[in-house]
Ligand binder design. Structure first.
Ligand SMILES: [Zn+2]
Length: 607
């Protein structure tokens, strides 16, 4: 879990941070938790389930799912849930409690690199914004598309001038910054290695991440000064042609494709980002629904016309990652597609991405647009009310699923019904266990008369360990378990620890843990597991962290002290055996003889 960059943040700081943040607050903001005894519980956000097996322990400061095994500290949760990189998760938490993250290694640190990348892209967005204000032609383009000033501002729209090096000259003031521009995907290389602006003569759409930072751009070519078809059209707010539907469609070779996106960069992975999501989140305390459309202008027009829940994928089909991100925001997701054959094919790909995400309570609906229309043209033509009406008439996932699957199947014949069942089976098997899946299976039964057996979705759900007696666990294991659950117990042990010499599995780890827990006061279970995140022991430690230990603080302390005392006796016995064996082979030194006598005396005193 610790990225190579993470070493740049001192571990001491991580501990302090985790001691100040409450994991319950962090998770509660994202997943509704219910109090369950000392802990909090919820249905797991990382796997599909009907009954809650996700628990958050305020005492241990970590979360754990008994279903899928997901677990970690507050940092780990943010990494998994918000999909943040380690340093970003640390930054996020530090921000909450007003701490500044110290980075070791100064300005050359890799971590500074990504901070610089964000800054640079923000600077690029500001640069494009200024260029838009300075360009009558670009301003006229947006005006022609009917966008008002507040929309331009909300989406921070801009303009990349018709030049090879406008951005490069403005921001690439030294070699390091030119390298960063390249890393951010803002420059492209010519055949002879010359570097120039990737985006030229395009109106610019900044793509923001879920924290509102610019991570990439989309650019749409605009007509040059010479009058042509499009600049005449630009004066007509209600377009009738589909100019924006296919970002990949190439036009003029010299100018490149009509739509151009940033390439994949360390900050931008198009399969995980949605254009407009930041603006949707800004507009709502609680997002009621999301509407997935195809183009930048569709998103922007819908927002301007009173549908501020529109987002777009970035030149890709809806991925499973997208589906999960969408459903994490809200339960109802609408997908808008063209009504033509290509549109229905795209819709089917969305179905395939969405099915594995269809936990109970989630709803996916499909809206097919009339020929030649897109959401941008439609909302201008029919207004908010018309668009809302179309949303109300959208086709639910189940209906679309069976309509598409049964399209060329004759349900009047046994053969046809069998074929439908055959096609549906692998798809329905991907739906998470729940009422929706049951309904879909029942529907299939009804239309085919074939009883379909569907295997449960693949999962490696272990049986619930809670309450299982940790029988036969060794003393070392017991000591480690107690320590992982209550790191402060280590303070009860003053060095030297004679048991460090005991030849038993787990002893080196126990010694390491004791030293760690003593060195770092207020270490929580979550922080401790964070230390071991990259180690092979991580999995075992995390299992021990959730072993149910009956009793409170004093019982735990007594058991721990007792376990250590027993280990020390075993160490004494081990030494006694060693010396006895050695004595059988030859004479002992005077020190050894003395030691042996002391060991024997100690043993006699105990028995
Ligand atoms: Zn889970």
């Amino acid at each position: 879990m610790l990225s190579p960059m993470a070493g740049r943040i001192p571990e001491k700081f991580i501990d302090d941070l985790l001691a100040r943040v409450d994991i319950v607050d962090v998770i509660q903001e994202r997943v509704p938790l219910k109090k369950a005894g000392r802990d909090w519980s919820a249905r797991c956000p990382f796997h599909d389930e009907r009954s809650p097996s996700f628990t958050v322990s305020p005492a241990k400061q970590f979360y754990h799912c008994f279903g899928c095994g997901a677990h970690g500290s507050a940092i780990g949760f943010l990494m998994n849930y918000d999909r943040l990189e380690f340093p970003d998760a640390v930054e996020e938490l530090a921000g909450r409690v007003g701490l500044k993250v110290p980075y070791e290694g100064g300005r050359e640190a890799p971590r500074e690199d990504s901070t610089d990348l964000y800054k640079l892209l923000d600077a690029a967005a500001a640069f494009y914004r200024r260029q838009l204000e300075a360009s009558d032609r670009a301003s006229a383009y947006f005006e022609g598309r009917g966008l008002d000033a507040s929309t331009l501002a909300r989406f921070n729209l801009g303009f990349a001038p018709d030049a090879w090096d406008a951005l490069k000259n403005a921001l690439g003031t030294n070699a390091q910054r030119i390298a960063l521009l390249e890393k951010a995907g803002m420059l492209t290389s010519g055949e002879r290695g010359s570097k120039y602006d990737r985006f030229r003569n395009r109106v610019m759409f900044p793509i923001l991440d879920r924290r509102g930072r610019t991570i990439a751009f989309g650019g749409r070519i605009i007509p040059s000064d010479r009058p042509d078809r499009e600049s005449r059209e630009a004066g007509i707010p209600a377009r009738t042609s589909r100019q924006d539907a296919a970002p990949k469609e190439a036009s003029d070779k010299a100018e490149g494709p009509k739509y151009l996106n940033s390439p994949e960069t360390p900050l931008f992975h198009k399969g995980r980002e949605l254009f407009g999501l930041w603006q949707v989140r800004e507009a709502h305390a609680k997002i009621p629904r999301l509407i997935v459309v195809e183009g930048y202008m569709d998103v922007i027009s819908l927002h301007q016309f009173g549908v501020p829940q529109a987002v777009a994928t970035l030149g890709t089909a809806t991925t499973r990652d997208h589906a999960e991100i969408l459903f994490r925001q809200c339960a109802d997701v609408y997908f808008c597609f063209d009504g033509d054959r290509a549109g229905r094919q795209a819709a089917w790909r969305a179905v395939e991405s969405v099915l594995p995400r269809m936990r109970d309570g989630r709803q996916a609906l499909f809206l097919f647009l009339p020929d030649g229309e897109d959401p941008d043209t439609l909302v201008r033509k029919e207004g908010l009310a018309g668009f809302e009406q179309r949303l109300r008439e959208a086709t639910p996932l189940g209906e679309f699923f069976f309509a598409e699957l049964g399209k060329d199947v004759n349900l009047g014949s046994l053969d046809g019904r069998a074929r439908l069942a055959e096609r549906a089976r692998p798809l329905l098997a991907q739906i998470p266990d729940g009422a929706f899946r049951d309904l879909m299976l029942a529907e299939l039964d009804k239309s085919t008369g074939v009883r379909v057996q569907v295997a449960a979705p693949p999962s490696d759900v272990p049986s619930k360990p809670r309450g299982a007696k940790p029988a036969q666990r060794s003393l070392v294991r017991a000591a480690i378990t107690l320590l992982v659950q209550r790191p402060a117990l280590a303070l009860a042990l003053e060095p030297p620890w004679s048991f460090a010499g005991l030849r038993q599995p787990g002893i080196p780890l126990l010694v390491e843990l004791i030293a760690l827990c003593r060195a770092r006061a207020n270490l929580t279970t979550g922080a401790l597991l964070e230390h071991f995140a990259e180690r092979e022991e991580a999995k075992a430690l995390q299992k021990l962290a959730v072993v149910d230990f009956p009793g409170g603080e004093s019982e735990a302390r007594a058991e721990f002290v007792d376990a250590i005392a027993q280990l020390e006796r075993q160490t004494a016995q081990q030494r006694l055996d060693d010396l006895t064996r050695k004595q059988a082979q030859g004479p002992l030194s005077d020190e050894e003889k003395q030691e042996l006598r002391a060991l024997l005396a100690g043993k006699a005193a105990r028995s």
